[in-house]
Design a protein around this ligand. Structure first.
Ligand code: ADP
Length: 635
């Protein structure tokens, strides 16, 4: 007992002296460790160990200030429960170490637990310690952490003890600062490399939908952002609203785990984004449906999304439910209490906004994350702007081409119209004469069979020429409808009974479904007659070989007053390769066709303010849908 006691006394005496050579030894060991690796954690661990060993303390620990929260967090310890590392967290000013950080002064207590500033952290298992020496780690004038030693037996700390720990704190302050800068630089580098990869992927497309998918995939996948969900809204300048474009993210925690396990192995982000990445995430999600259904008028009363557009700055909403700026109805459906909204800006104007959240992991979104997101969206904004410009250019180009085509066509047609009118005058009279003589010849009884046959051919050919002439004249004539009120159902009934024989002879069954709801509308009756006859004839000709069914249906036009007429056949449909041409004048696939029926019909229907559409079912048949709106007389 005596020996031990005396040994203990000698040791205390040693420490109290803390001779110059001991200092040198400790400081050189600390400096060797300080320069050993780049990672901070192992260096701090070795340093607290050296201090414990060399100063006779029973424990030494380091707390560092977390930049985001400003709290002190236990980062390394020798002597306290190792499980408490990264778990013990205290405010600056709280407890003895918090006091040292706040006052930026050392504190030495022989009996710490009797001090009013003492706070006990059970997870550290520090109840056995009596004395504490804590010194702040200072970077210029800022406190960046605290280093402290503890002893089981009561201890009177000397000036020298305090000075030694202060010198060590001073020595490690630089390495801590550098390590933190290094971590930031690494993080920034990682962010830059992701930005590079994403911008590579973004350059591969000007298709807006695909681009938005790449943008949203980039921030929900990968270890830089890795947000649980992201959604994108674009402004509609015409209606001054924000329009939900796309939402990306799982609908449930289970789905989240399944998706994240699949994407965990992605190594080449840009290639993944360009290739199957979007396919993997392209499932129809409820979240996507919900986002697409959102329309928000852009004014300050409409919540945080509209506010982001108006103010052009980001918001990190931590408690959405109690935040007066959030739209509570939308929030309920969003299902999160904290999220971030950033504006998407291109060339000084706000194109839209992006929201991100961590609904499943509840990981807090830091200011640093928001800054990275802002940098990312400035790239994304430019890409979206470019895609929109390209889309506009394409549309304008298409419009120019089709106007040019229409112009050429109308010039050609008006020239053709004049020519046709002139020719008609020239040809009509001789044609009538030829037809008349041929008929008289045919009726002569003394003709032999061969002569009768020839004159019959002349009559038929003249009839065909007369029809062609009539079609050309009709087509080239300016179509100005002369409106009067008419019952469409009655018009159809009359036509069907007029051509009843033709249908019967061709083996065609006619089915009618004429709605009583259909009211009288203003039409040019002979012109609409002409349209229906053309469509009936085409239907008959499509079924000429095998017969079939022609259905005629009327119903009132939804949304506005008017009529829809549907004429369906079972003639096998229109071959896809000619579908684009059938409304072109003179396009025909028939031996005796003029190719003017449908183009004339369309001209007439359009002059009535209506449309003709086709529901083409290959192998079955075609349905021609004529929409005629209700119009005022001669409007
Ligand atoms: P024409 O009847 O003189 O050929 P149209 O302009 O009326 O001229 O029709 C153009 C072409 O459209 C037809 O030659 C035919 O190939 C196609 N077509 C029109 N209606 C139908 C239909 N109901 N079924 C299949 N093809 C059709």
């Amino acid at each position: 007992m005596r020996a031990v006691k005396s040994h203990g006394r000698e040791r205390i005496a040693d420490i109290q002296k803390t001779r110059g050579e001991d200092w040198l030894e400790i400081l050189s060991e600390v400096s060797r460790i300080a320069n050993s690796t780049i990672e901070l954690e192992p260096r701090l661990n070795s340093i607290v160990e050296v201090i414990t060993r060399q100063t006779g303390a029973n424990a030494c620990s380091t707390l560092l200030i977390d930049e985001e929260s400003g709290d002190l967090i236990l980062r390394a310890t020798k002597g306290l429960n190792p499980m408490s590392v990264n778990r013990v967290r205290l405010k600056v000013g709280e407890g003895i170490t918090g006091w040292a950080a706040k006052e930026r002064k050392p504190i030495a207590l022989k009996n710490a637990s009797s001090d009013p500033r003492f706070v006990y952290f059970p997870e550290t298992e520090e109840e056995k310690f009596k004395s504490v020496l804590a010194v702040p780690i200072l970077d210029k004038n800022d406190c960046i952490g605290v280093i402290y030693t503890q002893s089981v037996s009561e201890r009177d700390y000397t000036e020298n003890d305090i000075k030694l720990l202060l010198t060590i704190a001073n020595q490690i302050s630089g390495i801590i600062k550098n390590a933190q800068l290094y971590d930031k630089a690494i993080q920034r580098l990682r962010e830059l490399s992701i930005l590079y990869e994403v911008s590579m992927a973004m350059q591969t497309t000007v298709n807006l939908d695909r681009l938005l998918r790449i943008i949203l995939s980039s921030i929900t996948v990968g270890n830089v952002f890795g947000f649980n969900r992201a959604a994108l809204f674009l402004t509609n300048e015409r209606t001054n609203t924000l329009q939900g474009m796309m939402g990306l993210g799982p609908d449930s925690g289970d789905e989240a785990r399944e998706i994240w396990s699949k994407i965990a192995e992605i190594t080449d982000l840009s290639r993944w984004l360009i290739s199957q990445g979007d396919v993997l995430l392209k499932r129809e999600s409820n979240f996507d449906g919900f986002i697409k259904s959102i329309r928000i008028p852009i004014n300050p009363e409409n919540g945080i999304l509209a506010l982001t557009v108006l103010e052009g700055k980001s918001f990190n909403i931590k408690d959405a439910r109690n935040d007066p700026r959030t739209n509570k109805e939308l929030l309920d459906k969003y299902g999160v209490n904290s999220f971030v909204v950033v504006p998407i800006i291109a060339r000084d104007h706000v194109l839209g906004v992006m929201t991100v959240d961590n609904i499943y992991t509840n990981k807090p979104i830091t200011e640093e994350d928001v800054q990275s997101l802002v940098r990312f969206t400035s790239y994304a904004g430019l890409a979206i702007e470019n895609a929109k410009i390209v889309t506009k250019l394409r549309e304008a180009n298409k419009e120019i081409l089709s106007t040019q085509k229409r112009l050429i066509q109308s010039e050609r047609l008006s020239a053709l119209g004049e020519l046709a009118a002139e020719l008609a005058h020239e040809i009509k009279n001789p044609l009538v004469t030829i037809g008349g003589f041929a008929r008289r010849l045919y009726e002569k009884s003394e003709l032999n069979l061969e002569e009768k046959n020839y004159s019959h051919i002349i009559i038929k050919e003249v009839e065909r020429l007369e029809k062609l002439l009539k079609d050309i004249l009709n087509y080239s004539r300016d179509i100005k409808p002369n409106f009067s009120e008419y019952d469409i159902n009655l018009l159809i009934e009359n036509l069907l009974s007029l051509y009843e024989r033709t249908f019967r002879d061709s083996g065609i069954e006619v089915k009618k479904e004429l709605s009583k709801e259909v009211s009288h509308i203003n039409i040019d009756q002979p012109q609409i007659n002409q349209v229906l006859i053309n469509i009936f004839y085409n239907a008959v000709e499509s079924m000429i070989d095998n017969g079939g069914v022609m259905s005629v249906k009327t119903e009132s036009l939804t949304g506005e007053e008017g009529v829809v007429i549907r004429i369906s056949d079972t003639g096998g449909g229109i071959p896809v390769e000619i579908l684009d041409n059938i409304f072109n004048p003179f396009f025909t696939t028939k031996k005796n066709g003029t190719g003017l029926g449908l183009s004339l019909s369309r001209k007439i229907v359009e002059s009535h303010g209506g449309t003709i559409e086709i529901d083409n079912r290959i192998g079955e048949g075609a349905t021609f849908i004529v929409n005629l709106p209700r119009r005022q007389k001669n409007q």
